[in-house]
Design a protein around this ligand. Structure first.
Ligand code: HEC
Length: 100
């Protein structure tokens, strides 16, 4: 039993290290390619257009990749007020910004 657990742990380590190696080239994939690879639901498309139509008024449009999900949360809460958007619209923008 102990050996089984050990073997599983070793296997998991090998799989994990292979997986992290194979994901390395992904980091250098151009943003456009990542966007096309992600399925855009109507809800996300709505978030995208809300974002593009409301969030570039006072400053140039930020990129979804400029911040991570953790960072976007307080920013969107703050900015949705500035843009006169309600919580549901803010949520859609947040979902779009963090879809990757
Ligand atoms: C009424 C003008 C206005 C609108 C509309 C607006 N912003 Fe801003 N935004 C600002 C100002 C002013 C700042 C700079 C400082 C601050 O208040 O945080 C800013 C800063 C930011 C920053 C940088 C924050 C940081 O901590 O570095 C981001 C990202 C951002 N806005 C995103 C958005 C998004 C997303 C929307 C749409 C929901 C939006 N903004 C709509 C005025 C606006």
């Amino acid at each position: 039993m102990k050996y089984k657990v050990l073997a599983l742990a070793v296997l998991a380590t090998i799989i994990y290290s292979c997986a992290s190696k194979s994901s390395m080239p992904m980091a250098t994939t151009p943003k456009e390619e990542i966007k096309f690879a992600t399925v855009m639901t109507p809800e996300l498309a709505e978030g995208k257009s809300l974002f593009e139509n409301n969030c570039g008024k006072c400053h140039s449009l930020y990129q979804p990749t400029d911040y991570n999900a953790e960072q976007w949360k307080p920013i969107v809460l703050d900015m949705q007020k500035k843009a006169n958007l309600d919580d549901a619209q803010g949520q859609k923008i947040y979902n779009y910004l963090t879809m990757q």
